[in-house]
Design a protein around this ligand. Structure first.
Ligand SMILES: Nc1nc2c(ncn2[C@@H]2O[C@H](COP(=O)(O)OP(=O)(O)O)[C@@H](O)[C@H]2O)c(=O)[nH]1
Ligand SMILES: [Mg+2]
Length: 302
């Protein structure tokens, strides 16, 4: 199955619960009135578009109805599609695999899919002909280092590691040195998933950034926050919390397969103004692609 079909399959639950209800309401109403907007509001919120984004969507919808003098409820669907497309357009595309050299640090709470995503991203770069190096920066548990090394083997890329409990910044330092020596295009660094203490995390991430800035001063350093789409608005809250401690340049949204909360993509882009760079639709090595707003809207609406 191609990636678009996987995305479409993954968004099926969201589509059924969101557009299914929208279509039913529109068919039932016929004309456009305040009550129709109330129903739409309820549907958007229950599909995890978030309160703020839902209000914005409704405001824009009412403007469009007024401006275009729409009278028939059936005309609402395409307006909704246009408004959602516009909210997703932050003027920034999904991850560009040819934009190298780059150092990418992957952060996020436990279990969201950081390590798995690194494996998939490494594979994307590798298959597009790039020289990839991984850094086992989650030194909290030995199992985390082993898990990343399995992905490294699977993709046929090298990995730099130290022992359990070692300083992640020291691992990254080694990795930067190795990356320079080996002419690496992309260095991807894993991190531990704890957010128990903001100060600790902030210090740790700042230290890692300083290492990259010092060792690879001319190379773009990105920090991607991984969010699990099945957690809905909780993911948006995580993004807010991490924004306070890290300079996040993009979001990786995982587990879109089987999530009925696909609306959070819109909420994240619109409320946090952080672009979604990659989406994950499964546990396999091919189950991640740079995010395409066009494909998302198409998979949801068509
Ligand atoms: N269904 C599904 N599972 C995923 C996806 N990404 C990660 N996972 C699973 O989520 C679990 C946690 O992933 P892991 O990478 O270890 O998370 P980490 O703690 O953030 O490093 C694993 O069982 C993964 O296979 C995805 O896009 N879809
Ligand atoms: Mg991990």
């Amino acid at each position: 199955m191609g990636f678009f079909d996987k995305l479409k399959n993954g968004l099926k639950k969201t589509k059924d619960s969101f557009l299914g209800k929208v279509d039913t309401i529109l068919a039932g109403f016929g004309k456009i009135d305040e009550e129709l907007f109330d129903e739409l509001e309820y549907i958007l919120i229950s599909s995890d578009f978030g309160v703020q984004t839902t209000e914005e969507i409704l405001e824009k919808l009412k403007e469009a109805v007024k401006e275009k003098k729409l009278t028939d409820a059936s005309q609402i669907r395409s307006e909704l599609q246009i408004i959602i497309s516009n909210l997703l357009d932050l003027g920034q595309k999904g991850l560009d695999l040819n934009d190298v050299p780059a150092v990418i640090t992957i952060i996020g709470v436990n279990g969201v899919g950081k390590t798995t995503s690194i494996g998939k991203i490494a594979n994307l770069y590798k298959t597009s002909g790039k020289n990839v190096l991984l850094a086992a920066g989650d030194t909290f548990r030995a199992a985390a280092i082993d898990q990343l090394s399995i992905w490294a083997d699977r993709c046929g890329v090298d990995m730099i590691k130290q022992g359990e409990g070692s300083d992640p910044a020291a691992v990254l330092f080694d990795a930067c040195r190795a990356a320079k020596a080996r002419n690496v295009d992309v260095l991807i660094c894993d991190t531990a998933g704890r957010l128990h203490n903001k100060k600790n995390l902030m210090d740790e991430l700042a230290k890692m950034s300083r290492v990259v800035a010092k060792e690879m001063p001319d190379i773009k350093h990105e920090t991607f926050l991984v969010l699990d789409s099945t957690t809905g608005q909780n993911a948006v809250n995580q993004a807010r919390a991490f924004s306070e401690v890290a300079n996040i340049s993009g979001i990786i949204l995982t587990k879109l397969d089987g999530s009925s909360k696909g609306g959070i993509i819109v909420s994240i882009c619109n409320e946090l103004k952080i672009p979604v760079r990659l989406v994950g639709v499964g546990e396999g090595i091919d189950d991640m692609q740079p995010f395409s707003p066009e494909d998302y809207v198409k998979a949801l609406f068509e």
